[in-house]
Design a protein around this ligand. Structure first.
Ligand code: ATP
Ligand code: MG
Length: 140
């Protein structure tokens, strides 16, 4: 069993239909260990996306993540990291729309930055990201 951190980005929270669809999809595929609405501060989003510091989209991305509440979840499943990334679809929205139109990003992505969701890319990132977004969560 593997755990991963999923974030639904601010514009998704403003779309009740999208939010309910994605929550149902998650419920059908994962055990939800924790879930909460969270306002990510600018400082927290800069820490969260530290690996992208210096890239042209860094300020745009960290500001967007701070623009309204996100919905954060700790998900568990067999090969959960890959499973969630599969459901999200490609990072870039044009790719998501053309190659995986039924993925979350294919359906609800608005731009490469506002691409609807986030998922950890490795076990190490999952632990790091959970400790940032769910500092209260006890990982044993
Ligand atoms: P995430 O880390 O959010 O799951 P990812 O691992 O598919 O997405 P990364 O390369 O880690 O993609 O980029 C992190 C985030 O930065 C992306 O989800 C997206 O919001 C933003 N981003 C990545 N590339 C671009 C780009 N070329 N232009 C604008 N924003 C981008
Ligand atoms: Mg990433």
């Amino acid at each position: 069993m593997e755990i991963t951190l999923a974030l639904l980005k601010p514009h998704v929270l403003r779309n009740t239909f999208a939010l309910n669809q994605i929550k149902t999809l998650i419920g059908n595929n994962f055990e939800v260990l924790e879930a909460k609405e969270v306002q990510i501060t600018k400082e927290l989003s800069e820490r969260f996306y530290a690996e992208h510091k210096g890239k042209f989209f860094y300020h745009r991305l960290t500001s967007f993540m701070n623009s309204g509440p996100c919905y954060a979840l700790i998900l568990q499943a067999e090969a959960g990291i890959q499973k969630w990334r599969q459901l999200m679809g490609p990072t870039k929205v044009f790719q998501a729309v053309y190659t995986e139109p039924q993925s979350i990003r294919g359906m609800y992505g608005l731009s490469d930055t506002r691409n609807a969701c986030h998922g950890s890319d490795s076990k190490a990132s999952a632990l790091r990201e959970i400790s940032i977004i769910f500092p209260e969560y006890n990982m044993e």
